[in-house]
Design a protein around this ligand. Structure first.
Ligand SMILES: [Zn+2]
Length: 521
């Protein structure tokens, strides 16, 4: 391993500079555009003249401006270094905007075409020295080095830095390389560990995470609510609580002109909206790795109970409206046999409701419903708007007597979280024992879970709130998503449909649509 490598000229030689070497160098600069035969001749001459063929490798990991300036600067400087050492640059290779680090050092890294070519030329002994700005341009993992040393060694090629001490051509240089890279690796790991601890501490204190793009709903400071986006978030939560769907939110956000923070297309997906609404950040809660660890120091966009209820909707697959429900009353209104009706096109092309064939109650002796949908839908719409327009509509959404006191619950949850934090600090300085801390934490967590469940329920009682609060229920109803209209109907009433009978040709008979209010006046 430690056999001496090809002796190379390291100090600049003024005589060679001015003489034939200078001419040769000019020739080699042209090597790139030469035909292969000439290249071969040049290679032989180069070999015989015992000059040092140098390969310059440059890499910039983040090409922020995208203009390759970094690479150009590195290259210009390295050219001077090579000249000063009397080396002749025969190849210039670079990789732009490709990082060296990878999570799994045993896996193949990102493709670096420039570096791959360097290794090919080394193996082919087409160069005598590979010159880099700094060793970390080429490698970062200690493992990389152990692969590189024998490879360069076998080819008799040196690896050198612009002005470092790493030189894989000598045993002391290899030792230096191993130490430097091991130290750098350790420092990198320590740094990432420190960063993790700092992030966690910041989350507990409710400090906004540093770095990263601003979250949707907030201004560039990550703390102040952005009026339009905050309204969009609050509106989306109301829509979902009212039985609306993510598709409905997507349509509303697109119509409102709010755009995703980081998106080339500027268009929303259900997934991107879901991610925003699932983040406890919008309720002013500070998350760390999936847990809520504190109260954030940013403005909440919605109440904690609202966010919890929205989350439970989004995370519970059974709550999503059944696929294929495209009608106002399909699966919602009943036939007199007790079965639900389904909406479907009839043979005449009209949209109809009929007793759902798959689940028809065969024991029922009476007739099963089948009728045109439009008149029924118009009637139900009038009934709903009429109910929501009454002066006492607000009573429909009032929290019933004995319901949870949302403000008090929220305050209690905040206090418990603060306590947990304090306990962790006490434990850290030895004021309480581990057993004491575990017992107290268990009690606190159980109470927190109870409060969170209560808060969730509290918000679910507000399904009708946006409509009842609006001055003009009819206008608002027009703009509602179908899934939301269905949720409102389901909350307000049960509907049983009868067949229209012979009178249907004359006009709509309200007696054939039985409406039962769920909440007595
Ligand atoms: Zn039926």
């Amino acid at each position: 391993m430690d056999k001496p490598l090809r002796v190379s000229v390291v100090a600049p030689d003024p005589l060679l500079e001015a003489g034939a070497e200078g001419i040769l160098r000019s020739c080699r600069d042209l090597a790139v555009v030469m035909p292969p035969v000439l290249r071969l001749v040049l290679a032989i001459i180069t070999h015989m003249s015992d000059c040092v063929r140098c390969l310059i490798y440059t890499r910039i990991s983040k090409d922020r401006l995208g203009d390759a300036h970094g690479v150009a600067n590195q290259l210009a400087d390295l050219e001077k270094r090579a000249l000063a050492r009397g080396w002749t640059v025969v190849y210039r290779l670079s990789d732009n905007d490709i990082g060296v680090t990878r999570k799994d050092p045993t896996a193949a890294g990102k493709s670096r075409p420039g570096w791959a070519e360097v290794l090919r030329l080394v193996d082919a002994r087409a160069v005598d020295v590979v010159l880099c700005w700094k060793w970390d341009r080429a490698l970062r993992e200690p493992l990389d080095l152990e692969y590189l040393i024998p490879r360069f060694d076998k080819a008799g090629v040196r690896f050198a830095e612009a002005d470092g001490i790493i030189d894989l051509g000598t045993d002391s240089g290899r030792l230096a390389a191993r130490i430097l890279i091991a130290v750098a690796k350790a420092e990198q790991e320590r740094k990432s560990e420190r960063q993790k601890l700092a992030n966690e501490a910041a989350a507990v204190r409710g400090k906004r995470p540093l770095g990263g793009p601003r979250p949707f709903g907030y201004a560039a400071d990550h703390v102040t609510a952005d009026p339009a986006e905050a309204a969009a978030v609050a509106g989306a939560c109301a829509l979902l609580l009212g039985g609306g769907s993510l598709s409905g939110v997507m349509r509303e956000w697109t119509a409102a002109g709010v755009r995703p923070v980081q998106s080339r297309t500027g268009t929303w997906t259900r997934q991107s909206i879901r991610t925003i609404l699932l983040n406890p950040r919008i309720a002013g809660l500070s998350p760390y790795k999936g847990d809520i660890v504190g109260q954030g120091d940013w403005e909440p966009l919605v109440g904690e109970e609202t966010w919890r209820a929205v989350r439970s909707i989004l995370e519970d697959p059974s709550r999503t409206p059944p696929r294929g429900v495209r009608t106002l009353l399909g699966g919602l209104a009943s036939c007199r046999c007790g079965n639900v009706v389904s909406g479907m096109p009839s043979h005449t092309g009209h949209h109809i409701y009929r007793c759902a064939p798959q689940t028809k109650n065969q024991a029922w002796a009476g007739g099963h419903v089948a009728r045109k949908a439009a008149p029924v839908e118009d009637f139900i719409t009038d009934v709903v708007i009429g109910r929501l327009s009454r002066p006492d509509a607000a009573s429909l959404v009032a929290v019933p007597e004995g319901g949870p006191d949302v403000a008090a619950l929220r305050a209690e949850a905040a206090a418990i979280r603060a306590n947990l934090e304090e306990m962790a600090a006490d434990r850290a300085v030895g004021l309480i024992t581990r057993a004491q801390m575990l017992a107290a934490t268990e009690r606190a967590s159980a109470r927190l879970a109870g409060i969170e469940a209560d808060l969730e329920d509290a918000a679910q009682e507000n399904v009708l709130a946006p409509l009842a609060a609006a001055g003009n229920a009819a206008a608002l109803w027009q703009d509602l998503d179908l899934s939301r209209k269905r949720a409102i109907i389901r909350t307000l009433m049960t509907i049983t449909l009868r067949s229209p009978g012979k009178g249907s040709r004359v006009g709509f008979d309200p007696a054939t649509v039985e409406v039962t209010w769920r909440q007595q006046d």
